[in-house]
Write a protein that binds this ligand. Sequence first.
Ligand code: ADP
Length: 295
Amino acid sequence: AIAVLGSTNMDLVAYVAKAPRLGETVTGRDFRTVPGGKGANQAVAAARSGAEVVMIGAVGADEFGVRLRSALAGAGVGTAALRTVEGASGTAHITVDDEGGNSIVVIPGANALVTSLEPGDAARIGAADSLLLQLELPLEAVLAGALAARAHGVRTVLTPAPAQPLPAELLAATDLLVPNEHEAAALTGLTDVHLAAAALLQDVPEVVVTLGAAGVLYAARGREPLAVPAPRVRAVDTTAAGDTFVGALAVALGEGRPMPAALRWASAAAALSVQRPGAQDSMPTRAQTDAFALS
Ligand code: ADP
């Protein structure tokens, strides 16, 4: 089983030919509201990939909250530990351009009110193979989750997004860090991925840097780095590619697959997701990833 302690957001997505620059107004083509948030996205990715998943977090007492909860439940994610709190649900204001690139403003809403674990959360975390963490909840909550996982011998997988300086305590409780190349550079001040990954190994035992269409770089203490290229596909929307990758990777590792095989399988899942629009809607099922990984 996989536990996720993280955010739920309603994604408000504008599709445009070319994203506006600061001060510029452009006419877009389409607008959609789709369930997202890095936590919820990773939870759905893991559930689609075939794992039992529990989501710990909060939605607001608004229409978006109702939809966010039912989207998770509909994807097979356990929502008993998803609180409904007063005020607005989190929202993410996303622009997707014709190249499939995106830019995002996140307003935390209910997510900001998750500052600690609730009774029962530590037991839920303790029952999982892995705890998936991101940085869209207050750091106190992320740290509390990581420490609970540590106490139970549960693998902690941290996606350091949005990028921010990480407390030493959190890094010390992280088993696997999965930054994209921008986050790796922000965390280390190093733009060379190999150097950044090596620097991060001083703080955590294993790092996977995701490199978009270029694939991933895996680094672990005392081992040769491993580059895994991404399958060549035509990307239409890279929203949640990283979350799809992490959810699938956690499932593969939880099933005992060795890291190189798990990385290839997760790369197949992420490559499938970028070929479809949307965040959670774009995530492949286990069968689809299996079929693509073999092709
Ligand atoms: P994020 O979505 O967090 O910014 P990346 O852009 O690095 O992260 O994408 C995460 C992973 O998704 C990549 O490592 C790769 O496996 C997959 N991916 C992203 N873009 C593409 C693409 N154009 N073609 C194939 N795979 C992709």
